[in-house]
Ligand binder design. Sequence first.
Ligand code: FES
Length: 154
Amino acid sequence: MSGERRIVAFCCRECAYAAADTSANARTALPPSVRLVLVPCTGRVGPLHLLRALADGADGVMVAGCLLGQCHYREGNFNAVDRVAFVRRLLESVGVEPERCRMFTMSAGEPPRFVAAVREMDRVIAALPPLPRSGDTAPAAGTTDAAVAGMGVA
Ligand code: FES
């Protein structure tokens, strides 16, 4: 898988993962870069989960949950929106493109919306330069690798 882009998609069981499941049953092709992680609710996804995924090899991370106001745990997706915004600010502050972290919402009955979200994420990440990794040739001071490592998650 080396050299290929990787996107980790944290999907809430109630809506996003259900939409993904339906799209898979319909044999809708998803970008091969995307790896789904089932979570009970996006409110369970913390900043460290997102940063750890990036530090461990993902080029992008996305959080996909229920429509705002329709979280099955009331406020989980509002918390996720705040956490994604926090991580985006953190990434930007250390020289990493904030577009590498995105939030999407959808209902369980909207598989096309889920497919559009992962394709959009794949398109955005494909347009970015590779995220430097440990062992890559000398990243410049203040660039991604040093920056992500410096956040204490590498
Ligand atoms: Fe889907 Fe909370 S249950 S975001």
